[in-house]
Write a protein that binds this ligand. Structure first.
Ligand SMILES: *[C@@H]1O[C@H](CO)[C@@H](O)[C@H](O)[C@H]1NC(C)=O
Length: 161
């Protein structure tokens, strides 16, 4: 009996690991990559659309959000296909996390051609992605970018859906 339970438990574990690394929706493998202070700037400059989650390794909520976001990005591939998903551990990169104003809890920052927008809304995949969509539609690629700086601007970005 005990042995059976163990086998079932390890099967469940295995299948959730497999689901994490599985290629979803039409081929592109969507996976989260870790950023450190060594490669933070180069990655931000390399990818024009990048969503960065700053969290701690032991956060169950952030693991849940990662799964939700992976699924949602895969589902909306035609619109969000080029969005890179990255994460950084505040516990390892304290100075950098402070510098980008990700001091507590789970922080999401969207980097649009290296300009950052801090997400201030509810921590739900759909809300995060629609906020990114509104930033993208407010900032056509052809126009020179005007970074939003004031808290009011940022709030309005997170609220438009
Ligand atoms: C950044 O560097 C870390 C540690 O060197 C590495 O684990 C990670 O995969 C790198 N991230 C990317 C996106 O290359």
């Amino acid at each position: 009996m005990k042995v059976n339970l163990l086998i079932i438990a390890s099967l469940i574990l295995l299948s959730s690991v497999a689901a994490d690394s599985e290629s979803e929706g039409g081929g592109r493998t969507i996976e989260w990559q870790v950023l450190t202070k060594q490669n933070f700037s180069s990655q931000i400059h390399l990818h024009p659309h990048l969503l960065l989650m700053v969290t701690v390794p032991w956060s169950g909520e952030s693991r849940f959000l990662m799964k939700e976001l992976t699924r949602a990005v895969a589902y909306k591939q035609e619109k969000l296909g080029s969005l890179k998903l990255m994460l950084m551990y505040r516990s390892n990169e304290r100075m950098l996390a402070d510098a980008i104003d990700a001091r507590e809890g789970i922080t999401f920052l969207y980097y649009h051609h290296s300009v950052s927008y801090k997400y201030q809304g509810r921590l739900r995949a759909q809300n995060i992605l629609s906020s990114i969509n509104s930033v993208v539609s407010l900032l056509p690629e052809e126009l020179p970018l005007r970074p939003l700086n004031t808290p009011e601007d940022l709030k309005s970005v997170s609220c438009i859906n």
